[in-house]
Design a protein around this ligand. Structure first.
Ligand SMILES: Nc1nc2c(ncn2[C@@H]2O[C@H](COP(=O)(O)OP(=O)(O)OP(=O)(O)O)[C@@H](O)[C@H]2O)c(=O)[nH]1
Ligand SMILES: [Mg+2]
Length: 342
């Protein structure tokens, strides 16, 4: 059965998660929020595949077309190299894949383009597989998650979508409006909270570390399952802001031993090679536990996962291919490769 999160089994006598009331603060504006559509569950796996395929079509078209009626010669390899580089797989992953492919073609005496494509699929799968890791819930009460990333990557939207998915899986959620910087950021999170009956901890005058600490304390006191801390967008080059983020992470740890249990980086899939620089910088600063890659719809740069797999293989928990809730799903390497080269 398709499951969104991996969950530790809960003892039958465990008390039901408390229902948390929404914070009584009216949202000022509702910026760009998608409608909350019903979440698709088991039966809709096929429909996720078609959305994933559609989302990745710009990347996959450039790759798949090469193999149509192609001869196995240097031209094919040259075109494949160009296509992988254009998909932002990066020089290292591209060279690695091409070398491995050429070896395989020779060893297995592959003679037609379809077989070469299948061989490439297999190599890509082997490369991306280590990035796949199910997101586990239920190890801690609460599981505290800190969400980081550059401006506009999709952090707040991802938090909203994940919160909704978690609720559907019977988890109680609390959100922390740790973006105390951008105008209306708090309200954006509030809207998600109010729509889903989720408490949002926020402070009018903002110290992100203090808000996050409060949220963890409140999450512990209320016995909620998951606390998600939103943070303001920042570039890795803004060193003082990276220091601030480290402080938020430290202070969360003061609120609960071992927290945050998950430190996620949200990456805009359109970012291309810069995504790799972001992973490295945020990982160096925060020791990331996972990635969320959004906006893979409409980008021709889906190859960036290959670059990440080669250079800094931080697990990819979720990928996003659209603005609707059901457009965010766990990353499954085989599905991804199938969508790219199926
Ligand atoms: N097409 C598409 N749009 C997305 C996806 N994920 C998020 N978005 C959109 O990206 C925009 C920015 O999302 P936010 O969640 O506000 O990004 P953020 O990282 O919180 O931004 P800051 O807080 O300003 O740093 C919104 O319009 C989202 O709807 C996705 O997977 N696909
Ligand atoms: Mg935000």
């Amino acid at each position: 059965m398709f499951s969104f999160f991996k969950k530790k089994p809960v003892a039958p006598e465990a008390p039901a998660a408390p229902v948390v009331a929404p914070t009584p603060i009216a949202p000022a504006a509702a910026p760009d929020l998608p409608d909350l559509l019903p979440i698709e569950e088991p039966a809709q796996k096929q429909s996720w595949m078609s959305r994933l395929k559609a989302g990745l079509s710009k990347t996959s078209n450039n790759l798949s077309i090469l193999f149509v009626g192609a001869k196995i010669d240097d031209d094919l390899y040259d075109e494949l190299e160009a296509a992988l580089l254009m998909a932002d797989a990066g020089v290292d992953a591209t060279t690695y894949l091409l070398d491995a492919l050429k070896r395989k073609v020779k060893e297995d005496k592959l003679l037609d383009a379809a077989a070469v494509k299948t061989a490439l699929k297999q190599l890509l799968l082997e490369l991306l597989q280590p990035l796949e890791r199910p997101f586990e819930l239920g190890r801690h009460t609460p599981t505290v998650m800190m969400i980081s990333g550059v401006n506009g990557a999709g952090k707040t939207t991802t938090i909203g979508k994940l919160a909704k998915h978690m609720q559907t899986h019977g988890q109680s959620v609390l959100l922390a409006a740790g973006d105390t910087f951008r105008a209306a950021a708090r309200e954006q999170l509030m809207v998600w909270g109010q729509r889903n009956n989720i408490t949002v901890i926020s402070q009018a005058s903002g110290d992100p570390a203090a808000v996050s600490f409060d949220a963890v304390q409140s999450g512990k006191a209320k016995g909620v399952d998951v606390v998600m801390v939103d943070t303001a967008g920042r570039l890795p080059t803004q060193l003082h802001l990276m220091e601030e983020l480290k402080k938020v992470q430290r202070v969360i740890g003061k609120g609960m031993d071992g927290a945050p249990h998950e430190t996620l980086l949200v990456i805009d899939g359109n970012t291309g090679q810069n995504a790799l620089a972001q992973v490295k910088a945020f990982d160096d600063a925060l020791k990331l536990t996972g990635l969320v890659i959004t906006k893979l719809d409409g980008t021709a740069k889906g190859g960036v996962l290959a670059a990440i797999a080669r250079a800094r293989p931080v697990p990819v928990y979720f990928i996003g291919v659209g603005e609707k809730i059901e457009d965010l799903q766990p990353f499954v390497a085989a599905e991804f490769v199938e969508a790219l080269l199926g």
